[in-house]
Design a protein around this ligand. Structure first.
Ligand code: GLU
Length: 446
């Protein structure tokens, strides 16, 4: 296969969510695996709704996921190309002017449906003479422009869905240019796919029905249609589609909640495929798991709580170097030994901060049995302390007091940390150190 060139083509009209991340990751990781190019194309021809701040935020989100694009293009800067393509289609007789109002079209649609006929546009625009057009325009009407479909069956090999056929005789000629001269999504998308030499269009299955039409337009413009792959869409557990309304599932929301990008990317790529959903820390490894032919045809239902579980599993394995800077920012950089002591107790990296406070203090000790804790304090081994100190100490306390199991460990935990749960004390004790440990066992905040 020659090197793929793929694109992720969001409209910058809001924050992107985890379902959009699925499309972006499938494209970017496929390109990465095959040594190809990943283009970020902003579909911002709708100048009213598109915002530069959303576009910038999308770039931030992709960078957070670890898939910055190789190239960024903005459709708002490329209108000349679209005008030129529209003109070429007009000259070739494939783009024709239509003057119906939305109400007229709706009326005709209803009439066809009432007669049990498919509501296909009747191509009235094609039958207009020059005189008719002059008259209509004199009445103040402005044309919208439709692409004249060839009435034949279009077939393509979809990477996900296998062989697909659409009989274009069953479709209305699509509108490419509105009355006010603005473009619908279709034509600019194809012009850019040709211009940027896109080899694979990987996108959500909500675009399947557009594909046959798009293949005809590619051909009418003298372009080679790319390979298409339409992946299933993510839905919530109740089957609700994701929308930009679901702010908490926006990538920014997940980032702000302190989730690891790899938790989001593992879920976004693996859910609804033949692979089990599991944490994959390296994007190269995740890229190797992409297999378009084994993406399910059914919507991919995903459980938000799964994100937390994936995140926890990732955090439990994270090496110190990977979190050092963030621990510093949290004012919780207790060094490698601290990180290794606490990481398996965390769901998110930020939860390390309270444990660093437990180590560093001050902690208000909880002492329920004064005599027991006094006996334990007397038996604290001399410095220096290491990973064996806890065992040496608790064996001595056990021998002296006769306590074992929970009755032995819980009073020591409560005195040393002020809490009844937490990371292994064998790992925490050397970090707390003899001075603070003695003070806490004596009942002093330290
Ligand atoms: N802007 C379109 C969308 O977000 C792009 C579709 C495509 O990939 O062709 O749905």
């Amino acid at each position: 296969m020659s090197k793929p060139i793929v694109r992720f083509a969001p409209s910058p009209t809001g924050r992107i969510h985890i379902g959009n991340a699925r499309t972006a990751l499938l494209n970017a990781l496929f390109a990465r695996r095959e040594g190809g190019v990943f283009v970020l194309r902003f579909d911002d021809t709708d100048l009213e709704r598109s915002k530069r701040e959303y576009a910038d935020a999308i770039e931030t989100d992709l960078a957070w996921l670890g898939i910055p694009p190789n190239i960024v293009v903005r459709q708002s800067e490329r209108f000349a190309l679209y005008d030129d393509a529209a003109e070429r289609l007009r000259m070739a007789g494939r783009l024709y002017a239509c003057y119906e109002t939305a109400e007229e079209l709706e009326f005709r649609r209803k009439r066809l449906l009432a007669r049990g006929l498919p509501p296909i546009y009747d191509r009235a625009g094609l039958k207009l003479t020059d005189d008719d057009r002059v008259k209509l325009e004199a009445e103040g009407r402005r044309p919208h422009w439709r692409f004249k479909l060839d009435h034949e069956t279009v077939t393509w090999q979809d990477l996900v869905r296998g062989e697909c056929h659409v009989d274009c005789a069953s479709l209305s000629d699509p509108v490419l240019v509105r009355e006010d001269g603005t473009y619908l999504y279709t034509l600019p998308s194809i012009v850019d796919d040709i211009d940027l030499k896109i080899t694979h269009v990987i996108r959500g299955e909500d675009h399947v029905t557009n594909t046959a039409v798009q293949i005809q337009i590619f051909e009418a413009l003298g372009g080679n249609p790319p390979v298409f792959g339409h992946h299933n869409l993510l839905t919530t557990l109740s089957g609700e589609g994701l929308s930009k309304r679901l702010g908490h599932l926006s990538l920014a929301g997940l980032r702000e909640a302190g989730l690891e990008p790899q938790a989001a990317s593992s879920l976004a790529v693996l859910v609804g495929t033949a692979e089990s959903v599991r944490p994959v820390a390296s994007l190269d490894d995740l890229a190797r798991l992409i297999d378009f032919a084994h993406i399910s045809r059914a919507p991919a239902k995903f459980d938000e709580h799964e994100l937390d579980q994936l995140n926890a599993k990732l955090v439990h394995e994270m090496p110190y170097e990977a979190v050092k800077d963030r621990l510093e920012t949290l004012d919780a950089d207790g060094g490698e030994a601290f990180w290794l002591a606490v990481r398996t107790n965390l769901t998110k990296v930020s939860e390390a901060a309270p444990w660093w406070n437990v180590v560093r203090g001050p902690v208000n000790p909880v002492i329920e049995d004064r005599a027991f804790v006094d006996a334990a304090a007397e038996l604290l081994p001399p410095a220096p302390w290491d990973a064996t100190t806890w065992k040496t100490w608790t064996e001595a306390v056990k021998a002296r007091t006769g306590q074992k199991g929970k009755a032995l460990f819980m009073p020591l935990r409560l005195a040393l940390t002020g809490l009844d749960h937490g990371p292994e004390l064998a790992a925490l004790l050397p970090l707390i150190g003899p001075e603070r440990a003695s003070a806490r066992l004596a009942g002093r905040a330290a």
